[in-house]
Design a protein around this ligand. Structure first.
Ligand code: G4P
Length: 537
């Protein structure tokens, strides 16, 4: 056979393999208000996904024992999750990449970056509370990126809001069309299970001690279950009839556009409805598809390798102090040791040290496909938002950063450690731990640390001291709100009595205001100045 023909046959087999591998991946995140049950649901997905034998391992961190996603000292001390990790598991033919997001609201910037790498997300609600403040904030972030959202209404084993009321709240507060795929039968101690509306099947569950193992499950045709059923069924029958009447069906295209959400009911603690949400991630959630470059052109999955750096994570292992860069593979096949180009710098680099990262565990990773996340070490000059590619060039759009809502001024306490202070700040800014803003007049004398919540500053202070030996004090800064502005509007901000001009290290101009009132006054006086809620890195 001619050599050329052999090569092209091999190439087409390789590209077919990339498309087939991508199709069996589901890369998703979970977003929720703290305490809605994200840790519990994550763990139960791992249980049903066969990645852990018994529930309890992840949640052990609350009691101070070692846990899957315990990385930083501060996390252990406070029992919160600051850094997120990637949880990979396989069910049947599907490879799930669950991109864990931090549990605490102060770290929602991290969630934004994780959502940039996800193809879908599960929005988790507490059935007694509905849409809470942090749900709304994270929803806005997901919606901005048009991430398809599946909704899981959790804790139906406790007194809950009426399911119809919950649907109404989703529609009213989020502007999403809510399409119930399952429907609860009973609630609280009477919660028996859920009806799968698409297949007309009632899933009746039994509780297991502590929900440590899968809940035994009986599947009954809806007609038979409804005839047998008692009190809870009367309400359920009526509600199901009403849903049919108003034609509350899922429009898959609207879901993929981020305009509708399939809704599932259950209890993560008792394992009710967990398998159904896992099945829905396979059936309904999109797999990886072609990504759009900053120039608007699409890069098909079977193009040469390309990937987006969406997260930098230092200090994973305090003994090594190395930095992990997380890549989301967007097209082509990743092979460990491959040489790629960084689109930002134009420089070539070799991807030799590649890992699967699962909590604290790392394993060498040799091959990855679109949708997979690769943890790389030994590459100090990568930045969040960098595109890496092989052969034909591409650059993906930058990952936006939330306009900060909290501000402090950092003072270096030891003059002799000034260099370390500067280096530390630069690194924390690059990693997205905090945003560092400077007054153009003052430069590094008292830079402003800005972010989504004060806990970010504590992490920054802790890391400046422990990793860079720079002790800092944090003082109140006179700002409450900030917006990104165009370079051409910098003068208007400097002249205004209502705003201060601050600069990010990447040159982004930021207008900072001491109150919402000042922000409003500024907008009234300067209607032509565009004020952006998202800063783009
Ligand atoms: P988070 O990560 O979103 O912050 O929530 P997490 O899973 O830690 O759950 C918060 C609390 O809600 C925990 O109780 C957890 O047991 C409980 N929970 C989660 N899912 C369910 C559910 O489906 N039903 C019920 N009834 N409770 C649920 P805790 O008392 O704070 O902790 P623990 O003492 O149980 O560890």
């Amino acid at each position: 056979m001619p050599v050329a023909l052999t090569n092209s046959t091999a190439r087409s087999a390789a590209t077919r393999a990339v498309v087939a591998e991508a199709a069996r991946r589901r890369t998703f995140a979970i977003i929720s208000h703290p305490d809605a049950g994200k840790t519990t649901l994550t763990e139960k997905l791992l249980l049903y996904g066969g990645a852990i034998a018994e529930a309890g391992a992840v949640r052990a961190r609350r009691s101070g024992r070692a846990a899957v996603s315990d990385w930083m000292e501060m996390e252990r001390e406070r029992g919160i999750s600051i850094s997120s990790t990637v949880l990979r598991f396989e069910v049947g033919d599907t490879v799930f990449n669950l991109l864990d997001t931090p549990g605490h609201r102060d770290f929602s910037e991290d969630t934004l970056r994780v959502l940039a790498a996800a193809d879908a997300a599960v929005m988790l609600l507490d059935a007694a509370k509905g849409i809470e403040e942090q749900t709304l904030k994270l929803f806005q972030v997901a919606h901005e990126r048009r991430v398809p959202l599946l909704t899981f209404v959790n804790k139906f084993d406790r007194p809950a809001l009426e399911p119809l009321e919950l649907l109404d709240e989703i529609e009213r507060e989020l502007g999403l069309r809510a399409a119930p795929v399952t429907w609860p039968v009973g609630m609280g101690t009477d919660f028996e299970g859920v009806v799968d509306r698409r297949h007309g099947v009632f899933h009746r569950y039994s509780r297991t001690p502590g929900g440590a193992s899968e809940a035994p499950e009986e599947r009954i045709a809806l007609e038979d279950a409804a005839v047998q059923g008692d009190g809870s069924w009367a309400a359920c029958r009526e509600e199901l009839a009403l849903l049919d009447e108003v034609d509350a069906q899922l429009d898959p295209d609207a879901f993929l556009r981020g305009e509708a959400t399939p809704v599932f009911f259950g209890s993560a603690l008792s394992n009710f409805g967990v398998r159904l949400i896992l099945d829905a991630l396979v059936e309904l959630a999109p797999g990886p598809s072609a990504w759009r470059g900053a120039d608007g052109g699409e890069r098909p999955l079977d193009s040469p390798f390309s990937a987006l750096v969406f997260k930098l994570q230092a200090n994973v292992d305090p003994r090594h102090r190395d930095r992990l860069s997380f890549l989301r593979v967007c097209s082509g096949r990743f092979d460990r040791g491959m040489r790629v180009v960084n689109a930002r710098t134009g420089r070539p680099l070799a991807l030799n040290y590649a890992h699967h990262v699962f909590g604290q565990e790392r394993r060498t990773l040799d091959v990855a496909y679109p949708g997979d996340v690769v943890g790389l070490t030994g590459l100090g000059d990568l930045r969040i938002g960098d595109t890496l590619y092989c052969d034909s060039s591409v650059r993906y759009p930058p990952i936006p950063v939330l306009a900060p809502e909290h501000f402090v001024r950092a003072r270096n306490r030891g003059a002799a450690r000034y260099k370390q202070f500067r280096r530390g700040l630069a690194q924390l800014d690059e990693e997205g731990v905090v945003q560092v803003l400077r007054d153009p007049q003052l430069g590094d004398q008292g830079p402003i640390l800005a972010g989504a919540g004060p806990m970010q500053f504590e992490v920054a202070k802790h890391r400046l001291a422990s990793e860079f030996g720079a002790e800092v004090s944090l003082e109140e800064a006179p700002y409450r709100v900030a917006r990104r502005i165009r370079d051409t509007d910098a003068d208007a901000v400097t002249r205004s009595p209502h705003a201060d001009l601050l600069l990010r290290a990447d040159g982004t101009n930021v207008a900072a205001f001491s109150s919402d009132f000042r922000l409003r006054r500024f907008s009234e006086e300067q209607p032509d100045v565009r004020l952006d809620r998202f800063l783009v890195r």
